[in-house]
Design a protein around this ligand. Structure first.
Ligand SMILES: *Cc1c(COP(=O)(O)O)cnc(C)c1O
Length: 456
């Protein structure tokens, strides 16, 4: 099959050449330096070998890849990244990257604007885990020794990050729809030692949105910090305006109040069309910047302006990541009703479409309608153990036929097993999972469905 939707298209190289020529003009006054000597043939051979090796990957960029949370970077992102890499700026300090630091501040302000913050403190990070680490670190500084709570469906790293920070952590049960259970939260709050509640705005496994309004109401009474982990789901804020945009009422209510969280993490490398290495932490109150103060003798501050290195835990960071995000936002501003938001809505529509087909088909057992763009479903079988084995078999067979899905181990409580006449012989059921985060998934839904059906 000739693949035109592949990772690179011909005109990309042409565009990059033009952009590199413009960049080079800025340094044209430098005395000529000899081109570094390299063995062109040896280099090409190594590159071709790498290309061979890289064939051992699932086709993440293709619509038939409908498994894990993987979305190809926008071409403008990878071109801007490649362009910036020729300078290789370091956004730790202004000496390391003046232009890319300014672009990072603009890009981060755009993300803050997406949740309605004019005033904020924030920066890019290597990813969501680093960003959550910073959020929990600041939370721990403000509430030393007090517990961090997150639901059992929250990202697994919250428990580990709390351990790294020396903060006690408790997992709060999730309800049957994978959202943090407010009654269970009340029982934990009654103990009076909670410093932080993590609200997952789009869980990684199922895209469930925690009940943020209920959590905020409890914050008013108990005074804990609310950290919104919207690493995967944050951009869906763009669809929270009108019911016509397709978010359910509970998710919409949570997204509309996202700006009331004390801190927020969103991963541009998840839904924001960026290459890996791009997370973002935002704080609503910029004064938490005081905790970051350091006096590094290595950081040769050449200006009195605020350095990104003064407000981040990581030291060296790729300026290229900021340039890529800046370029993407310039082309596709993350605003309600814009092209970027419309593409998000297409993925969600594809997820709803897949869910409806699964629900109407006796071969499958659905859990709950997708809140964002992740669909999970079980195979109907006499027992949970048999259903898990069936899911693994379908996963393998679909892969052989070119449809790449994912597997997820979910609590059996997400399913009406009794109604389906299935014996509950295990507490966790292996399910099939599909993250329909590419807008093309909508047009490919019939193909995906046919491949799934023929894999049974
Ligand atoms: C992906 C994800 C993370 C971790 O982010 P990385 O970028 O993989 O480090 C944290 N929380 C949620 C909800 C996520 O979906």
């Amino acid at each position: 099959m000739k693949n035109t939707a592949g990772p690179f298209f011909a005109t990309e190289m042409e565009m990059l050449g033009k952009a590199m020529a413009v960049l080079a003009r800025g340094f044209a006054d430098l005395p000529a330096a000899p081109e570094p000597a390299f063995d062109r043939d040896a280099m090409e051979a190594v590159l071709l070998e790498a290309a061979q090796r890289l064939q051992d990957n699932f086709p993440y960029f293709h619509p038939l890849y409908a498994g894990q949370m993987l979305k190809p970077p926008h071409p403008v992102a990878r071109l801007a990244y490649a362009l910036a890499m020729t300078v290789n700026p370091n956004n730790h300090a202004l000496d390391g990257g003046r232009a890319s630091s300014a672009m990072e501040k603009e890009a981060v302000a755009t993300l803050a604007g997406m949740i309605g913050w004019d005033n904020h403190l924030g920066h890019l990070t290597g990813g969501g885990t680093m960003a959550n680490l910073e959020a929990l670190w600041v939370a721990g500084r403000l509430h030393p020794g007090r517990r961090v709570l997150a639901s059992t469906q929250a990202h697994y790293t919250h428990a580990r990050l709390s351990e790294v920070l020396g903060l006690p952590f408790t997992a709060v049960p999730a309800d049957r729809r994978g959202r943090l259970d407010l009654d269970a939260l009340d029982r934990e709050l009654a103990r009076g030692d909670v410093g932080t509640v993590v609200a997952t705005i789009g869980t990684t496994a199922t895209g469930a949105v925690d009940p943020l309004p209920g959590i905020l109401e409890r914050r008013a009474r108990h005074g804990f910090r609310v950290h919104a982990d919207a690493a995967y789901g944050g951009y869906f804020r763009l669809l929270a305006g009108e019911p016509a945009d397709g978010l359910g009422s509970d998710a919409r209510a949570a997204f509309q109040r996202l700006g009331e969280a004390d801190s927020l993490v969103v991963d541009p490398h998840k839904h924001g069309l960026q290459p890996y290495g791009c997370g973002c932490i935002l704080f609503r109150d910029p004064s938490v910047g005081r905790f970051y103060r350091h006096d590094s003798p290595y950081t040769y501050f050449s200006s009195s302006a605020l350095h990104l290195g003064e407000i981040s835990l990581e030291c060296s960071r790729p300026g290229a990541a900021a340039v890529a995000l800046w370029a993407t936002q310039r082309l596709l501003p993350p605003v309600p009703g814009g092209a970027f938001a419309r593409d998000l809505a297409r993925g969600r529509e594809a997820a709803l479409g897949l869910y409806e087909r699964l629900r109407a088909d006796r071969a499958f057992l659905t859990a709950f309608p997708p809140e964002l763009d992740i669909v999970v479903w079980a195979m109907r079988a006499p027992s949970v153990t048999a259903a898990s084995a069936r899911a693994r078999a379908v996963f393998e067979e679909a892969g052989r036929r070119g449809l790449h899905l994912a597997l997820a181990g979910l609590p059996v409580s997400f399913f009406d097993l009794e109604g389906a006449g299935m014996a509950t012989d295990a507490g966790t059921i292996t399910c099939l999972r599909s993250v329909l985060m590419k807008p093309e998934h909508l047009a490919w839904l019939d193909r995906l469905w046919d491949l799934l059906r023929t894999s049974l």
